[in-house]
Design a protein around this ligand. Structure first.
Ligand code: ADP
Ligand code: NI
Length: 217
């Protein structure tokens, strides 16, 4: 089957799997990650098909959307095995998806340029104007408050704390994760794209505190 057809079938599969999610893992997130990944891939000379497939499928296996991470990964593998005959391609795409999910403490460094590209694209979608929208959408879905000046940011490297949504606020998530992503970029072009988005978050936070403290004397 040619790549174009596999990609269009995969798009439909991802829409079906993530379509109704409102916690930041909806279809449009995967679509944006794919588009950004393709743009970076061109500049970094990465394989566009591998990047496209890994980007589209990266959240289908997410532990938040499946009974377990293993079950999610099995689902993605079954999908790939239906359409691809090249075992090396399947292994490569699976490796990217397994490695890229960022939980407390971070994961293994990406070993291939395609993995680095897709991971950068996913991280870029967590910062900037869209990243800000996603952090508040996610926080609302998890009943976390917008901000509480009495709750200091936590150490996100502690995995249990990181996944304990009952603590912390949306604003704290900027310090726990989002403002650190710029320095974690793998590729030169990814880092370049992160710069503007990072600056925008700093501007946003400045304005947020300015308004919060407006009445204070
Ligand atoms: P992805 O799977 O896309 O790499 P995550 O699952 O870590 O990212 O997060 C999805 C979105 O939800 C991100 O935009 C992130 O900012 C937001 N998010 C994740 N964890 C938290 C949290 N503890 N508090 C607030 N927002 C969060
Ligand atoms: Ni993602």
């Amino acid at each position: 089957m040619d790549h174009k057809l596999i990609i269009s079938r995969t798009e439909n599969f991802v829409k079906e799997q993530l379509g109704k999610d409102t916690t930041g893992h909806d279809w449009w997130h995967s679509d944006r990650v794919r588009n950004t990944a393709c743009a970076i891939a061109e500049i970094e000379h990465a394989d566009p098909f591998i990047c496209t497939m890994a980007a589209l499928l990266h959240d289908v296996a997410d532990e938040k959307l499946n009974p377990s991470k293993e079950e999610g990964l099995r689902k993605v593998h079954t999908w790939l095995a239906t359409y691809l005959t090249d075992q090396e391609q399947i292994r490569h795409i699976m490796m990217i998806i397994e490695t890229m999910s960022y939980s407390g403490g971070g994961g293994e460094p990406m070993s291939t340029v395609e993995g680095q590209v897709v991971q950068d694209a996913d991280r870029l979608d967590a910062i900037g104007a869209i990243g800000i929208a996603r952090v508040f959408a996610f926080s609302g879905a998890k009943d976390r408050p917008i901000y509480d000046p009495e709750l200091p940011p936590r150490d996100e490297s502690l995995k249990e704390e990181y996944r304990d949504y009952s603590k912390g606020t949306a604003i704290n998530h900027f310090y726990e994760k989002l403002l650190k992503l710029k320095t974690l970029m793998n590729t030169t072009y990814g880092r370049q794209l992160a710069e503007e988005r990072h600056e925008f978050m700093l501007t946003y936070l400045d304005q947020f505190y300015k308004e919060w403290n407006q009445g204070d004397k």
